[in-house]
Design a protein around this ligand. Structure first.
Ligand code: GLA
Length: 386
């Protein structure tokens, strides 16, 4: 990270002839609790050591100049003309400026250079890292004194309203609230969290990237949201107090099963079970019982594959390959699905074999090399000295 940060700073200084504020903004993992955030349920994410680094400074006019080091592209706009671009990457930045302006915060233009090592579109939320990182920077540059939750909400608003993806809050929440060696159980209804220690010298988290990007993810993601809403409105006729699938039990679903379209029923049952799995997984963490924890990851994957139907052949293959090896506690697809990556929990001593065998098996069956990252759970978005 030091090298990356030094090079981003140097690029900024050359381009803008000023001294920047430096910020590191991490990608996230999610141990368990998938597609539960927008159902007001529970998730168990953490921030990673893969980051996007920002060099940024305030201007005294309304102009904004962005430079993406990874794409080697520049984009110039101003606060009164924020419109979606056809390049897409500037939209995550513009979206954050838009959200701050919409909520009436007083900001000026900015000069910014950024780049990082989070796989883009790979399921570790590089987009939330861009949004969370800029929200954090604006708060500091313009002395707005906003708390982390407000910043997470602003970052989500950027994604929902400007970029146009109806995502939940998990990614931004984890990006901003991460802590080294701890994951957080987020209650996505009350927007509060509880940290759980997640450091063991003999354990590693491995993120394996299918290399397949999520063409279907945006449209299917919204379809899943609607299906969950449909289930809620059906049950609300009988249980008017229900606000989301968070309030639904398996007994309620069983009781009214016949009135459901079978697909909607499966979707709802998955979410209800997954919320329960997060609760149980947190107890496993407290007992340091990674065998049980791993079983829940496997169940989560099976649910995402068979009930929620957001997995893909490549994701299933990576999970299968991982689980065929000794020393692998659990493995599952992570994030929205349809591509992106898997997360596996493995014994430190088998990491090398894992990388070799999973890569070889995946390449043999798909002709593609998966990118495999051993990640650490690290701090959330923060200012760094470079
Ligand atoms: C994406 C979204 C999140 C969450 C996950 C699925 O990462 O951005 O809000 O819904 O998918 O758990």
């Amino acid at each position: 990270m030091e090298k990356l940060a030094a090079s981003i700073k140097e690029i900024f200084e050359k381009k803008f002839q000023k001294n920047p504020l430096m910020i590191a903004s991490p990608g996230r993992i999610n141990l368990i609790g998938e597609h539960t955030d927008y159902n007001e349920g529970f998730v168990l994410p953490g921030a990673t050591d893969l980051v996007i680094v920002f060099a940024v400074s305030a201007r005294d006019d309304r102009q904004c100049r962005f430079y993406s080091v990874d794409f080697d592209r520049e984009y110039v706009t101003d606060l009164d003309h924020l419109v979606r671009s056809d390049q897409r990457w500037p939209d995550y930045l513009q979206g954050v400026l838009y959200a701050f302006l919409k909520e009436g915060y007083r900001i000026n233009g900015i000069d910014l250079a950024f780049g990082g090592n989070i796989p883009i579109g790979g399921g570790m939320s590089s987009s939330a890292a861009v949004e969370g990182g800029l929200a954090f920077a604006l708060n500091h540059l313009f002395d707005l004194k906003l708390d982390l939750l407000t910043l997470a909400r602003l970052a989500r608003r950027a994604e929902n309203e400007f970029v146009g993806v109806r995502c939940g809050i998990m990614d931004m929440y984890a990006n901003l609230h991460g802590q080294p060696g701890r994951v957080m159980k987020v209650d996505c209804r009350h927007l509060i969290h509880e940290y759980f220690p997640f450091v063991r010298p003999d354990l590693r988290v491995i993120v394996s990237d299918t290399g397949v990007r999520r063409e279907l993810a945006f449209s299917e993601y919204n379809v899943r949201r609607q299906q969950c809403e449909e289930g809620v409105s059906l049950l609300r006729k009988y249980y008017p107090e229900i606000k989301s699938l968070r309030d639904v039990t398996l007994e309620m679903l069983e009781e009214h099963r016949k009135e459901f379209h079978p697909v909607i029923w499966k979707r709802c049952a998955y979410v209800v079970r997954e919320n329960h799995r997060v609760e149980l997984a947190c107890q496993d963490l407290l007992r340091q019982d990674f065998v049980c924890f791993g079983e829940r990851m496997k169940e989560s994957h099976a649910g995402l594959r068979d009930e929620y139907e957001v997995s893909s052949p490549e994701l299933n293959l990576l999970v299968e390959l991982a689980l065929s090896l000794p020393g692998v506690y659990g493995s599952r697809m992570m994030g929205a699905g349809f591509g992106g990556c898997t997360i596996s929990l493995v014994e430190a001593q088998v990491v090398e074999g894992f990388i070799r065998l999973v890569s070889a098996g995946y390449e043999r069956r798909t002709g593609r090399q998966p990118a495999i990252h051993v990640v650490r759970v690290e701090a959330g978005t923060r200012i760094i000295e470079v």
